[in-house]
Design a protein around this ligand. Structure first.
Ligand code: AMP
Length: 975
C-alpha cells in the first residue's frame, strides 16, 4: 500500500496531534470514524488531498505502525481498535471507506453548496451531545430526594454548547451508538431519551471504564430502557410490601422504645427492597452464600426484615436481657447473624458479619470471609459466593481502608469476583454535612473509580429506579467479576441516633425533612395513581406487618425455617474447649523425612538462583542429618506435615514467598522464564490447598481480610506475616476490635496466626520491636496467645499446635530476624519428630542446681546474648530460663522449672525492650507470683534488666544500641 500524494500542513498535524480534544473519546468503529472526521472538519483549511493523506497514513500505520511519523503513530495508537482486532492486518474497510467518503465530501465541499457540510457537522455534534450525556448526565440527575444537592449547570448538556439549537430539534440524525432502537431519530427524541436515561432518578458514572465491552454493556442496559424498565404490578407490589416492612419496623421500635439508640433506617428505607432484590437475584444466578458487611444504620432492619432474626429476640435485646452466655457481648447494632433464605435458584445462606463501631473496617473482613468460602467451594470466578458491603457516605469518602479494600479487589490473593457496594448516603456524617467539610471529591463514591467500578447514584425515593440499578449492578458483577457501587441517595429522618436532635446542627436539612413524606408513602401514592393498589390495600400491608411484629412472627418472607446446614461450615468440633497449651504435635520420623524430601525437590526444568539453590541444598543436608536444622527448614516442614495431615494453609504478607530476611524461599522463581514453583503445593496427591502470596503494601485491609478468612475456615492454618513486626500497628484497629476481642464480644473463634519479626539488632526505632507490650496489654480471659519461640523445633511445634488442637485462638508470634541464621539457634530432626512446644524452656547448660543463686528469666533473642556472657564469665551460679509463651502465662511450667533450684536468692527479668515496653509491666505479676510460690517474698525482689524507659522503641545509632545491649546483659547477671 502506498501513500497517496499530498501532505497535511504542519499546522494541521500539530492540531490533530497535540490537542487533547482531538482524541475521540467515543467508542466503537463508528464513533472512531466520526471522531476522525470531526478532526478534519475542525481544520477548515483542510482539503480533500489532506484527507487522502491521512487515510494513506492510517493505512500505512495499520500495516506497519513504525512507518508513520511519531506524532501520527501516537495519535492512531490512541484510537480505539475495532472489536476483536488484536493485530493490524484485520480488514478495516469501513474506516478506509470513511476516509474515502471524507475525501469525497471535502472535495464536494469545495465545489458544491455548504449545506451538506453543515449537516454532517451537526451530525457529529449530535454524537458529541450523546457522549456528553453519558459522561456528565449524572451531574444533572434528580438523585436527591431532599433536593439539597448543589447542582452547577452542566454546559456540555446544552444544545448551544454543541452549536445546535431548538431549530434542529425536528431534524433527524443518526443515533450512532445510542441504544434507541433505530438508526435515525429527530434530535428532540434523542435528547428526550438522553434526559430520561441519564438525568432522572439514576445518575450513572461509567465512562471512566476503559474496557469497551463493559462500557457498551452498561450503555445498553440503561439506554435501551431509558433507565426505567416497566416492572409488572406484582413486582411493584412486592417493592411496596418490603418498603412497608422497613418503615413498619422502625415506627414500631420508635413507639415502643422512644429515644433508645437503634440507628434507624428512616429516610433510607428503600435499602430493604434493594437488599431483597440482590439476594433473590443472586440466588437465581446459582449463588449459594451471600456475606454482608455493614455499619450501624439500618442494621436492625436488615436483621429482622431480610435475615429473619426473630423480632422477639430483638425485643429482648432492647429490654437489656443478656443473650450470650459467656463473654462481654456487644450492643445490638453490632450483631451479626446467619440464616438461609429461599430464592428462585434454591436455598441461599446469608451471613451478616459482626462489626465494631469503626466504620469501614468490616469490609475487608467480609472479603476475607467470602474468599474463604469461595476457596472451600473451588469457586474461582466467585459466582457461588457474593460479597455485599454496605457503607455510609461519610465513612466511604473518609476512611483509607476503603481504598485498600478496592486495591485488593482484583489481586490474586484477595479477589472475590467483585463486590456489590451500597452506600446508604444520608448526606451527613454524624453532624458533618457541609460539602466543604465532608470531602474534596464531587461524590462520596469517587474513590471507587480507582478500580473503574461503575457507580449508580439513585434517588432513594424512587423504588423502581432502585430496583433497576440493583439489577444492573448485580448483573454487571456476575458478568465481569468486578466491583460495582450503588449510591442510595437518601436522608436521615432522625439524628445520628435516636437520642440526638439534628436540627441544632443541620437546620435547613431538617426543615425539609420535617415536611418530606416517607419513601413508602410516596411510592404507595404512585402505585395508587398507576392503579396498582388502592389506599386500603396499602393500609392492609401496614396493618399486617404490625400484627406479625406484635405476634413475634418472623417477617423476612423468604426465611427457611429448617436451614440446609451443608451450606456452611460446622464449627461444633471447635466449640467449648478449655484453654490448654498442650497438644501431641509429634510426627512419625519416616513420614516426616518423606515429606521433607518432597519439600526439597525442585523439578529439573526450574533453574534456581544461586543463593536459593544453596538454601535448598542445605535443607537436603539437614534432612540427611549432615547439618543442624535451621528455622527455614523447620517452619517449612511444619507446613508440609500439616498439609499432609489434611489442613489447608494460607500465608500472606508483604514478602511472604521469600521471607523478609530470605529464610523461607517457599516460592522458587525460575531463572529461565520467571515462572514460579512452590514445592509445598506438591507434597502429596490430593493434598489440601497451600496458598502463599506476597501481599500488596497494606496492613490494615490485609490483616482484616485474613481475620475474616480465619474466622470462616476452622481447620486451616491462616498466617499473616508482617514485613517488620511494628508495621502491624498500621492495622491496630484489627487487633483491638477483632483479633483480641471478637470472641468475647461475638463468640466468634479465630485461629489466625500473626508472624511479627521482632528483635533488637541495631536497626533503629522502626525495625526493632513488634510492640510486644501492645499485645500483652490486650490479653485477658485467654483471648489469644503471645509466643516468642527461640528454636526451630519450637516454631515447628508451635505452628502445628495451632491447628492440631481443636482450640481456636489467635496466635501472635514475635518471630526472629537474626536468629534465623544464628549458629546456636538450631534443632535436630528428633526434636521435630518427637518434641512438643515448650511454653517454658529450662536452662540448657550443665549447671549444678544446688549452686544456682540467680535465675534470669527472658524471652526471645536476648537469651543467646545471655548464654554467651555466662560462658565468657563462667557464671555457673546463674540459670537462664526462657519463657516462650508470655500469654497465657505458663505459671505451672515456670514453677516446675524453677523448683529445681532450691537456693535461689535472686530472680531477674531481662528484656531487650525499654522499661516501659516489652513484657515487663504486663507480665511481672505472673513472675512475682511464681517466685513467691518458691520462696515467700522472693517475688517482691524480682529485678528488671533492660533498656531505660524510652519514647522510641530503640536507638537509631548502632553504637548506642551496642552499649545498651552490653549494659542490659551485664545488669541481668550483676544488678
Ligand atoms: P456463617 O457461615 O458465618 O453464617 O456461620 C454459620 C454458623 O457457623 C454460625 O451461625 C455460627 O454458629 C458458626 N460459626 C461461624 N463462624 C464461626 C466462628 N468463627 N466461631 C464460632 N462459630 C462460628
Amino acid at each position: 500500500m502506498t501513500a497517496r500524494a499530498g501532505r497535511a500542513s504542519p499546522e494541521l498535524e500539530r492540531q490533530l496531534v497535540s490537542s487533547p480534544d482531538n482524541t475521540p473519546s467515543v467508542q466503537g468503529d463508528r464513533e472512531m470514524q466520526q471522531g476522525i472526521m470531526e478532526l478534519m472538519w475542525r481544520t477548515s483549511h483542510m482539503s480533500g488531498g489532506n484527507a487522502h493523506y491521512v487515510e494513506a497514513l492510517y493505512e500505512q500505520y495499520l500495516v506497519d505502525p513504525n512507518a508513520v511519523p511519531d506524532e501520527w503513530r501516537n495519535y492512531f495508537d490512541r484510537l480505539p481498535r475495532p472489536e476483536g482486532s488484536a493485530s493490524y492486518d484485520v480488514p478495516l474497510g469501513p474506516i478506509r471507506e470513511q476516509f474515502y467518503q471524507l475525501g469525497q465530501n471535502q472535495r464536494t465541499t469545495h465545489a458544491a453548496a455548504p449545506v451538506d457540510n453543515e449537516e454532517s457537522r451537526k451530525q457529529v455534534r449530535v454524537l458529541q451531545l450523546i457522549n456528553a450525556y453519558r459522561f456528565r448526565g449524572h451531574q444533572k440527575a434528580d438523585i436527591d430526594p431532599l433536593n439539597l444537592r448543589s447542582q452547577n449547570p452542566v454546559p456540555d448538556l446544552d444544545l448551544s454548547f454543541h452549536q445546535l439549537s431548538k431549530a434542529d430539534l425536528d431534524t433527524e440524525f443518526q443515533t450512532g451508538s445510542l441504544f434507541l432502537g433505530k438508526d435515525k431519530a429527530p434530535l428532540k427524541e434523542i435528547v428526550e431519551a438522553l434526559e430520561h436515561t441519564y438525568c432522572r432518578s439514576i445518575g450513572c458514572e461509567f465512562m471512566h471504564i476503559v474496557n469497551t465491552d463493559e462500557k457498551r454493556w452498561l450503555q445498553q442496559r440503561f439506554e435501551s430502557v431509558r433507565s426505567k424498565p416497566k416492572f409488572s404490578d406484582e413486582v411493584r407490589k412486592h417493592l411496596l410490601e418490603r418498603l412497608t416492612a422497613a418503615e413498619g419496623l422502625e415506627s414500631y421500635l420508635a413507639s415502643k422504645y422512644p429515644g433508645t439508640k437503634r440507628f434507624g433506617l428512616e429516610g433510607g428505607e428503600t435499602f430493604i427492597p434493594m437488599m431483597d432484590e440482590l439476594i433473590q437475584r443472586s440466588g437465581g444466578y446459582g449463588t449459594k452464600e451471600v456475606v454482608i458487611g455493614m455499619a450501624h444504620r439500618g442494621r436492625l432492619n436488615l436483621l429482622v426484615n431480610i435475615l429473619g432474626k426473630s423480632p422477639s429476640e430483638l425485643i429482648e435485646e432492647f429490654d437489656g436481657k443478656k443473650v450470650i452466655e459467656q463473654g462481654s457481648g456487644d450492643v445490638k447494632y453490632h450483631q451479626g447473624f446467619s440464616s438461609n433464605v429461599m430464592t428462585p435458584g434454591g436455598e441461599v445462606h446469608l451471613a451478616l458479619a459482626f462489626n465494631p463501631s469503626h466504620l469501614e473496617i468490616v469490609s475487608p473482613v467480609v472479603e476475607g470471609s467470602v474468599r474463604a468460602r469461595q476457596d472451600r467451594r473451588e469457586d474461582a470466578d466467585g459466582t457461588l459466593v457474593l460479597p455485599i458491603n454496605v457503607h455510609g457516605d461519610a465513612a466511604f469518602a473518609g476512611q483509607g481502608v476503603v481504598m485498600e479494600t478496592f486495591q485488593m479487589s482484583q489481586t490474586r490473593a484477595y479477589r472475590t469476583g467483585g463486590t456489590v457496594h451500597i452506600i446508604i448516603n444520608n448526606q451527613v456524617g454524624f453532624t458533618t454535612s457541609h460539602p466543604q467539610d465532608t470531602r474534596s471529591t464531587e461524590y462520596c463514591t469517587d474513590i471507587a473509580k480507582m478500580v473503574q467500578a461503575p457507580i449508580f447514584h439513585v434517588n432513594g425515593d424512587d423504588p423502581d429506579a432502585i430496583l433497576h440499578a440493583t439489577q444492573v449492578a448485580l448483573d454487571y458483577r456476575q458478568q465481569f467479576q468486578k466491583d460495582v457501587v450503588i449510591d442510595l441517595v437518601c436522608y436521615r429522618r432522625r439524628g445520628h441516633n435516636e437520642a440526638d436532635e439534628p436540627s441544632g446542627t443541620q437546620p435547613m436539612m431538617y426543615q425539609k425533612i420535617k415536611d418530606h413524606p416517607s419513601s413508602r408513602a410516596l411510592y404507595a401514592k404512585r402505585l395508587a395513581e398507576d392503579g396498582v393498589l388502592s389506599e386500603d390495600d396499602t393500609k392492609a400491608l401496614i396493618d399486617q406487618y404490625r400484627e406479625d411484629l406484635m405476634a413475634g412472627n418472623h417477617v423476612a418472607n423468604a426465611l427457611v425455617k429448617e436451614p440446609n446446614k451443608s451450606l456452611f461450615v460446622d464449627w461444633t468440633p471447635y466449640l467449648g474447649h478449655e484453654w490448654t497449651g498442650n497438644a501431641d504435635t509429634t510426627v512419625d520420623m519416616k513420614r516426616m523425612q518423606q515429606l521433607a524430601t518432597r519439600m526439597c525437590e525442585i523439578p529439573d526444568g526450574v533453574q534456581t538462583q544461586r543463593q536459593v539453590a544453596k538454601i535448598y541444598e542445605d535443607r537436603r543436608k539437614m534432612l540427611a542429618g549432615g547439618m543442624a536444622v535451621n528455622w527455614g527448614f523447620a517452619e517449612t516442614l511444619a507446613y508440609a506435615t500439616l498439609l499432609d495431615e489434611g489442613h489447608p494453609i494460607r500465608l500472606t504478607g508483604q514478602d511472604s514467598g521469600r521471607g523478609t530476611f530470605s529464610h523461607r524461599h517457599a516460592v522458587v522463581h525460575n531463572q529461565k522464564d520467571g515462572s514460579t514453583y512452590v514445592p509445598l503445593e506438591h507434597i502429596r496427591d490430593g493434598q489440601p490447598r497451600f496458598t502463599i502470596h506476597d501481599s500488596f503494601l497494606s496492613e490494615e485491609a490485609v490483616l482484616a481480610f485474613e481475620y475474616g478468612y480465619a474466622t470462616t475456615v476452622p481447620n486451616a492454618l491462616i498466617i499473616w506475616e508482617a514485613q517488620f513486626g511494628d508495621f502491624f500497628n498500621g492495622a491496630q484497629v484489627v487487633v483491638d476490635q477483632f483479633i483480641s476481642s471478637g470472641e468475647t464480644k461475638w463468640g466468634r473463634l479465630c485461629g489466625l496466626t500473626m508472624l511479627l519479626p521482632h528483635g533488637y539488632e541495631g536497626q533503629g526505632p522502626e525495625h526493632s520491636s513488634a510492640r510486644l507490650e501492645r499485645f500483652l496489654q490486650l490479653c485477658a480471659e485467654h483471648n489469644m496467645q503471645v509466643c516468642v519461640p527461640t528454636t526451630p523445633a519450637q516454631i515447628f511445634h508451635l505452628l502445628r499446635r495451632q491447628v492440631i488442637r481443636p482450640l481456636r485462638k489467635p496466635l501472635v508470634v514475635m518471630s526472629p530476624k537474626s536468629l534465623l541464621r544464628h549458629k546456636e539457634a538450631t534443632s535436630n530432626l528428633d526434636e521435630l519428630a518427637n518434641g512438643r512446644f515448650q511454653m517454658v524452656l529450662p536452662d540448657q547448660g550443665k549447671l549444678d542446681p544446688e549452686t544456682v543463686r540467680r535465675v534470669i528469666l527472658c524471652s526471645g533473642k536476648v537469651y543467646y546474648d545471655l548464654t554467651t556472657y555466662r560462658t565468657d564469665n563462667e557464671r555457673d551460679d546463674t540459670a537462664i530460663v526462657r519463657i516462650e509463651q508470655l500469654y497465657p502465662f505458663p505459671k505451672e511450667e515456670l514453677f516446675e522449672t524453677l523448683k529445681a533450684y532450691a537456693n535461689i536468692e535472686q530472680v531477674v527479668w531481662c528484656q531487650e525492650e525499654p522499661l516501659n515496653q516489652g513484657a515487663w509491666y504486663q507480665s511481672q505479676h505472673h513472675m512475682r507470683m511464681v517466685a513467691d510460690m518458691l520462696h515467700e517474698g522472693l517475688g517482691q525482689e524480682l529485678k528488671f534488666a533492660g533498656r531505660p524507659a524510652s519514647a522510641a522503641p530503640a536507638a537509631g545509632y548502632m553504637s548506642v544500641h551496642v552499649e545498651q545491649q552490653r549494659q542490659l546483659v551485664n545488669d541481668a547477671f550483676n544488678a
